[in-house]
Design a protein around this ligand. Structure first.
Ligand code: PLP
Length: 387
């Protein structure tokens, strides 16, 4: 093929590939894709219906409707103390476009981008598409948390690469870890010393269970690009609404990239977003309470089964280690589990080589489904251990 080499070299994500590989047998419980099972709140849906009826169905300004920018600026101020002006908010097609637009705007060809791994599967291909050089930092040795030391080591290991930015994502997909303010301050010191941009993907910020979420921009406003959205907090993955928040003149540069990629996100979705951000400030907290109960259910059952896992501080994933008797890859383990126990989870290798030896279980599923899935896992593990 004579198509673009970068695109040739990337693959559809391991998450989707695995999901497709195991098929869609009706009796398999899928705890795979990070898709909330909860419904978008009724008042949010109503706002979208009203928008259609009122003919809010045309192009919007490039940055998004002023009402939406204003609502987002207020919401993120109330929730996390962020101080972005309405004009510093750019509405995007989900957090995914926000990451793409940020990378395409920040990077020159060959610029280094640090990424703590295991990590969400879209970052590496997007860095490649922006012609950046990905520098992964394996976090497995420290309970999947990036430390100031490991960051400093990674920076020093690349003397010939101009390192431009670091991607942070917390609460983290796939491990469910998050950082305390103190830990973030330690990272900030290294980041600021090296004058890096931070692309801080905080899409799971509302799903932080045991401590307040600290937005990185509150510690490092000058060079942080904050990414957030309504996909996870308001169960709106299908609406495709995210945000980039960054100071001027950076956000004005992002606007150009965004224009030529997508023009704007859907006007109807933006109407829903305005409603979610103004009258739905409690929705995220209500949903969090549900996920928190499920977290307890899953953690208790995994503990009883005797599997080693990372107790999640946020998001709706639990990262589970393959049992020591299993002789194979995480892909093989997840495939056997799907075919023999009829429970589907994602192989850790889908999140980079640092995820090998683990699988990710999503608890964005009803308690009934989770209970049945864990019953099946328990029975299967018992059988395997007896053999
Ligand atoms: N960032 C992270 C860390 C995610 O886990 C996901 C979705 O799973 C996204 C971004 C994508 O969000 P959106 O659906 O808003 O594009």
């Amino acid at each position: 093929m004579d198509t673009n080499r970068i695109i040739q070299a990337i693959q559809v994500s391991g998450i989707r590939r695995f999901d497709e590989a195991i098929g869609s047998s009706a009796d398999t419980i899928k705890l795979t894709v990070g898709k909330p099972d909860l419904a978008t709140p009724e008042h949010v849906k109503d706002a979208a219906v009203r928008a259609i009826r009122d003919d809010w169905t045309h192009y919007s300004p490039l940055m998004g409707f002023a009402e939406l920018q204003h609502a987002a600026s207020q919401y993120f101020h109330t929730r996390y103390g962020l101080t972005y002006a309405a004009n510093d908010v750019l509405a995007t097609v989900g957090a995914t476009e926000a990451v793409a637009t940020s990378l395409l705007t920040l990077l020159n060809p060959g610029d280094g981008v640090l990424l703590p791994t295991p990590a969400y599967a879209s970052y590496a291909p997007l860095v490649a598409m922006a012609q950046g050089k990905l520098i992964t930092v394996d976090t497995t040795a420290n309970g999947f948390k990036l430390t100031a030391d490991s960051l400093e080591r990674a920076l020093n290991s690349q003397p010939t690469t101009p390192i431009k930015a670091i991607i942070l994502n917390y609460p983290t997909n796939p491990t469910g870890i998050t950082y305390t303010r103190t830990e973030l301050l330690a990272l900030r010191a290294v980041i600021a010393a090296h004058d890096l941009y931070v692309i801080s993907d905080e899409i799971y910020s509302e799903l932080t269970y045991d401590q307040p979420h600290t937005a990185f921009a509150t510690l490092y406003p000058e060079k942080t690009v904050t990414i957030n959205g309504l996909s996870k907090s308001h169960a709106m993955t299908g609406w495709r609404l995210g945000f980039i928040m960054a100071p001027q003149p950076l956000i004005a540069e992002m606007k150009k990239t965004h224009q030529y990629l997508v023009t704007s996100t859907s006007s109807i979705t933006q109407a829903a977003g305005i409603e979610a951000l103004t009258n739905g400030i409690d929705d995220g907290q209500r949903m969090r309470a549900k996920y928190q109960q499920r977290r307890e259910l899953v953690a208790n059952r995994l503990g009883a089964i005797g599997l080693n896992y990372v107790y999640p501080a946020g998001a709706f994933y639990v990262f589970v280690q393959l049992p020591s008797w299993f002789n194979g890859t995480s892909w093989q383990f997840a495939t056997q589990l799907a075919h023999q126990a009829h429970v589907a989870v994602i192989p850790g290798s889908a999140f980079g080589t640092a995820g090998e030896g683990w699988v990710r279980l999503s608890y964005a599923a009803s308690s009934t489904k989770l209970t049945t899935a864990l019953d099946r896992i328990a029975t299967w593990i018992n059988q395997m251990e007896e053999n």
